[in-house]
Design a protein around this ligand. Sequence first.
Ligand code: AMP
Length: 291
Amino acid sequence: MQIISDPKQMQSLALEWRAQGHNVALVPTMGFFHAGHESLMRAARDHITATAVPGKPGGKMLVSLFVNPTQFGPNEDLDKYPHDLERDSAIAASLGADVLFTPKSDAVYHPDHATWVEVPQLAQGLCGQTRPIHFRGVATVVCKLFMLTQASAAFFGEKDWQQLAIIRRMVRDLNIPVSVKSCPIVREADGLALSSRNVYLTPEERAQAPYLQKGLICAGDLFRSGEKSSAVLAQAIREYWAENLPLGREDYVSFVDPESLNPLESIETKGLVAAAVYMGKARLIDNLLLG
Ligand code: AMP
């Protein structure tokens, strides 16, 4: 596995690959890998195997590791974001990455960077309420990564559902020739969704954190037993959290259409319940499809 940090070198190699007939499967990350990241790398590897044509050049797997400053708000954890490049390189190599792309921020953004990709309709609700510039940063950097890596397929986790919906919409609206693939949420044995930020949790917070998802599951159970009102379902989650997640402070609980992310007053056939909770130094997110 090659480690490349120069964006120009990355793009030259990617263009060379494409000219030779190789397809590129991209896994964008911010590093400090866990089993969630690993599942995306495995999916990328499986995609390359499944789309291989005998006698034609094979696919290339590219993992990007970039803690993108433009998606962090002023009081967020940009400076503290956990990292372990040595361990991450070993993981990416063991899962078959051809390149680990690790650019530096000033090589990605010119000092007078002025072009942004925004999908405001999908970015305003859910996490966008407390992270107003987050998805503009995400969409812009993902667009840049698509250009730099010439990806034909890119892999994202359903844990960041809103991010996934925004990237799908950006790709559709801007006719970007990338196939966006999603992978299910990978969880700890007790249900907590894996996140690089889980290291911020104290032992007490870590013990309560799984109740974030369990609250959503309560709403799922209620929905299956016939309750359709978002307000009633949200109330059930809040009551459950009040009892089981006292160290958590709700950021939001929302019921939305899974694709448009429009709020739903009632869930008739299908909906997504998404939530974020502050716990000490961490902010945890999770979601569950209903129907
Ligand atoms: P991050 O490094 O946190 O920006 O995440 C990189 C990619 O991994 C994103 O597409 C995330 O949605 C995905 N990801 C993060 N955590 C998980 C998880 N627990 N399960 C599945 N995918 C995940």
